[in-house]
Design a protein around this ligand. Structure first.
Ligand SMILES: Cc1cc2nc3c(=O)[nH]c(=O)nc-3n(C[C@H](O)[C@H](O)[C@H](O)COP(=O)(O)O)c2cc1C
Ligand SMILES: [Mn+2]
Length: 471
């Protein structure tokens, strides 16, 4: 899969894409249709007739495991946890850097100077109290480290502020923020490009916690098994994906931030009310590259479960699992960060215990990893017979193997996310974490005797299944 169109085609063949021909307003209506559709875990939507526009809009691209499997080119019956494991395997094998080409569909139309107008794109107005129209949701921002040349892709929500400016919420400590601080020291604006509409793996990876100095492009290459084709921009020097739909290129002035938001965030709450949060970086758009007839891609963010939570669930499960393997925590059977926890606040780890304290070894490791040290509130550790993504069994373990006083540890001071609505608005730097060890203590000499069905009888009654009229 090379581009957005391949994904649309594949989803249509699989019968999980719906073309919407009726006119739909970009103002609230489109996002509300998407959200209601997502609540039912409905199909990918392709809005072909958006009011005031002739550019179609895709939404709801990732709201089921099957859609993610299609995007990743994996078997469509895989579970989230299994896909995350495969992700881990592919991205720890061999990274594949991008390949520079001289031309591509993204160069079909070049818009410069006075002709630049961000309102030319059907950016939706998502929720009633949003501060404006958000053009960058299912998109990512390309930046480059001025010292090392490291190229970063990061998804940071972006709002249209006027025809030529978009606010970009680059949260402190994110990779584009590292780079912006360097440009600030140099007294220079930072080149940046927003990519809207691309091979869906690119969007998946651009919101993944990849270590600093590693380019997301190389991870994308590893997942696809072939390099991303990029064109080196003569304006910004950035590598632009040749097969993208729309690219907005320009510069972020580190000295000149602007108010953006509020926006209905993935927590289910608004974030960024004016006055509550600092002004945000702002991209001045100097050139638009686009296909003649581009497809616009958007995602509803907002309450779980939608694209954002599914993406975060998949990629954080993958990076957490990778972190645990890298730390050589033995016996890890499966890992899962449920989308219902917004894909970030809770993690479940299944472990085959081999020594006393092993389950807590796993639990404490999780909160010390790169993925687990940021924003996570709870870890549930379960024994090997409980798959991390089987909620029925996880609840059972929490009920019959867990004693709150013995099995709980609270860590008081962990790194938090400024978007967490459970913390006071002016104190969101630090959050506590809980480790819940729902494993039977390894050192117990006397263990409770678990019921197992009699194997012989199971075989026998299975053989009688149709005779019993149970087929
Ligand atoms: C739809 C969506 C919107 C996001 N919006 C933001 C945002 O506005 N600001 C932010 O810092 N991170 C946001 N994230 C999370 C980042 O993409 C994620 O932390 C990623 O690792 C950032 O890239 P970096 O690690 O290269 O900095 C968003 C993720 C998704 C899926
Ligand atoms: Mn990065």
């Amino acid at each position: 899969m090379k581009e957005m169109r391949d994904f649309v085609k594949k989803c249509e063949e699989e019968g999980i894409l719906k073309r919407i021909k009726a006119e739909v307003d970009w103002n609230l209506e489109l996002s509300h249709i998407a959200t209601l559709n997502e609540q039912k875990r409905g199909p990918v939507l392709l809005f072909e007739n958006v009011k005031d526009y002739d550019i179609p809009v895709v939404t709801s691209a990732f709201t089921t495991p099957k859609k993610l499997a299609i995007a990743l080119g994996m078997p469509t019956d895989m579970t989230m946890s299994q896909m995350a494991r495969e992700w881990m395997k592919l991205t720890t094998k061999q990274l594949i850097p991008p390949q520079t080409v001289s031309n591509g569909p993204i160069m079909e139309t070049v818009v410069e100077g006075d002709d630049i107008n961000l309102f030319d794109f059907p950016a939706p107005w998502f929720y009633p109290q949003d501060g404006g129209r958000f053009i960058g949701t299912a998109h990512y921002i390309i930046t480059k480290d001025p010292d090392t040349g490291w190229v970063n892709l990061g998804t940071y929500r972006s709002q249209i502020l006027d025809e030529k400016h978009m606010g970009v919420q680059i949260i402190k400590g994110k990779h584009a923020d590292f780079m912006l601080q360097k440009y600030k020291k140099m007294g220079k604006p930072m080149p940046a490009a927003s990519v809207i509409g691309c091979d869906p793996i690119m969007f998946l990876v651009s919101s993944t916690l990849v270590s600093a100095e590693t380019s997301e492009y190389d991870i994308i290459g590893a997942l696809r098994g072939e390099p991303v084709e990029v064109i080196e921009s003569d304006l910004t020097g950035l590598p632009i994906p040749a097969n993208a739909e729309i690219v907005l290129e320009g510069f972020i002035d580190p000295e000149n931030f602007r108010e953006e938001g509020p926006f209905g965030e993935y927590t289910g709450y608004y974030s960024g009310k004016a006055g509550e949060e600092l002004p945000k970086p702002c991209l001045e758009v100097k050139r638009i590259l686009r296909r003649k007839s581009p497809i616009f891609w958007s995602t509803s963010v907002g309450k779980p479960v939608n694209d954002t939570h599914m993406i975060q669930s998949l990629n954080r499960t993958a990076t957490l699992w990778t972190d645990l393997e890298t730390m050589r925590v033995p016996g890890i059977q499966s890992v899962y960060i449920p989308p219902e926890s917004t894909g970030r606040f809770w993690a479940i780890v299944s472990v085959k215990q081999m020594y006393p304290g092993h389950s807590m070894h796993a639990g404490t490791a999780v909160i010390s990893t790169t993925t687990g040290h940021y924003g996570l509130k709870g870890v549930i550790v379960v024994d090997e017979d409980i798959p991390a993504d089987d909620m029925t069994k996880v609840w059972w373990a929490l009920s019959v193997r867990y004693d709150p006083r013995r099995s709980t540890q609270i860590i008081n001071r962990g790194r938090s996310t400024p978007l967490d609505p459970a913390l006071p608005i002016d104190a969101r730097e630090i959050v506590s974490r809980i480790i819940m060890d729902a494993c039977i203590p390894f050192e117990w000499k006397k263990k409770p005797v678990e019921i197992q069905l009699d194997e012989e009888t199971v075989k026998k009654v299975q053989g009688r299944w149709s005779e019993l009229g149970l087929d």
